[in-house]
Design a protein around this ligand. Structure first.
Ligand code: LLP
Length: 434
């Protein structure tokens, strides 16, 4: 297997953006827009780069399903050896359906229901990452009622304000809802000790998302690893330390998090603790491997301002609107005589917050042109919605010289599936007639 040479995703060849042997313009024509396109070799290269960097220690890459839960992607990552970081029964189902072994899964999340705990135990997942006293008690009760032993790790809140681009993606300090404080962590491990239905298997921390430097990881890991000798002394035989996800990727001109640098900084700590290392990357594996293709419907000028109105918006990609996130946007075919204007690229949704880019210098496109929105492989489709009764787009996966439809575009009927009009006569419906 390769060591993960990272090549530029979706390069421009002879003026056209491409994915392997395909021109993106051709894919837009063939499958329609808006359209998510993923390049499998990019995903594989990033997975290999990631796992290669940590090869010196026993480790598990538990891919964070929330970033992109497409079955084909999960399946391939599972084949490569990845596990899964899951947060719902839906993600458990997806990951299992894609063939990822449950003993490689970690169940995270602050609000696990009784049903989720039961099904997770039943499935035989590797560990529950427990985020509160209430959850640990509930886990004990559920495991006891099943006559099972539930493996867990306590998610420690290390009180680190991580340098993420938006406050919504910081999770490592006490202002946020995540984890428990160090002292409470000790209390919870002590409480669990001697309870026959609980097994302390590891310790967990996750400080946020889109982090571009190794330092915050070092700080967070130091904090939890410092807890380990005392826990061992008190009788816990911990097996792993989970440092969560959050490994950043370049969206604009920012430097990439060099994964070897991160490994160099944290591996000595992991080795000294003698623990298995669990990591939960999402964005790092899939982020750059996806583009959203969207077609220009109209170009208009209001006063001095240019608007490029495209057929994809916040329902397909909510990150610009929700986190004020930057995504590079480029024409898939470079125009002959470029004419740059500062524009807002906006969607068709009836909200002023429906934009993909604001005040962005762009080659002024014409109606019918296709634009590529970059770095949307993570938290793109995964956060898409049906707002404004829009059909969620198709997802295409490029594998070698094949373009697979790995998710069909939703149909109009999909939009009303499960809904009923109680006073409509049976057998009728669909057209509003009575
Ligand atoms: N582990 C835990 C416990 C997490 O909460 C998350 C992300 C991850 C791993 C994966 O993080 P990643 O490696 O993908 O950064 N929707 C936001 C990001 C929110 C992430 C939530 N948790 C975005 O679009 O930037």
């Amino acid at each position: 297997m390769g060591t993960g040479v990272l090549t530029v995703p979706f390069p421009r060849v002879d003026g056209e953006l491409c994915a392997g042997p395909f021109r993106l313009s051709e894919l837009a024509e063939r499958f329609g827009t808006p359209l998510y396109v993923y390049h499998l070799e990019q995903i594989e290269a990033r997975y290999h780069a990631f796992t290669h960097a940590f090869r010196e220690v026993d480790h598990l890459v538990a891919y964070s399903v929330k970033a992109n839960g497409n079955l084909a992607i999960l399946h391939r990552l599972g084949q490569l050896g990845a596990g899964a970081d899951i947060v719902s029964l839906g993600e458990l189902y997806r990951a299992r359906r894609a063939g990822i072994p449950t003993e490689r899964m970690l169940y995270a999340g602050v609000g696990k229901t009784e049903e989720e705990l039961r099904e997770g135990i039943e499935a035989g997942i590797y560990s529950f990452n427990v985020e509160s006293r209430g959850e640990l008690k509930r886990l004990d009760a559920v495991a006891a009622s099943m006559g099972a032993v539930a493996p867990f790790a306590i998610r420690v809140n290390p009180e680190i304000v991580s340098p993420t681009p938006h406050e919504y993606t910081r999770t490592g300090h006490a202002e946020t809802k995540f984890g428990v404080m160090v002292d409470e962590g000790f209390e919870l491990y002590a409480w669990a000790r001697g309870r026959p239905h609980l097994r302390a298997r590891g310790i967990d921390v996750h400080i946020g998302s889109q982090i571009l430097e190794p330092r915050p990881y070092f700080d967070a890991l130091s904090r939890v690893i410092a807890m380990v000798p005392r826990l061992r002394e008190e009788g816990d035989e911990l097996e792993f330390v989970d440092i969560g996800g959050g490994y950043g990727v370049p969206y604009d001109a920012e430097p990439r998090l060099v994964i070897e640098d991160l490994a160099n900084v944290i591996l000595p700590l992991v080795k000294s603790a003698g623990l298995r290392l669990v990591m939960e990357p999402g964005r790092f594996i899939v982020g750059e491997a996806g583009v959203l293709l969207t077609r220009v419907e109209y170009v208009k000028r209001l006063g001095t301002k240019w608007f490029v109105i495209v057929d994809g918006g916040m329902s397909e990609l909510i990150r610009p609107s929700h986190y004020d996130a930057y995504h590079a946007i480029e024409p898939v075919v470079m125009p002959g005589a470029p004419h740059i204007e500062v524009v807002d690229v906006v969607g068709p949704i009836c909200e002023s917050g429906d934009f993909l880019a604001r005040a962005r210098p762009l080659e002024l496109p014409e109606p019918g042109d296709v634009l590529a929105v970059r770095t949307v492989g993570a938290y793109g489709f995964a956060m898409a919605s049906n707002y404004n009764a829009r059909r969620r787009p198709a997802e295409i996966l490029i594998e070698g010289d094949q373009a697979h439809v790995v998710r069909e575009r939703e149909t109009i009927e999909d939009l009303v599936r499960g809904e009923t009009i109680p006073w409509e006569k049976p057998g009728k419906g669909g057209r509003g007639e009575r």
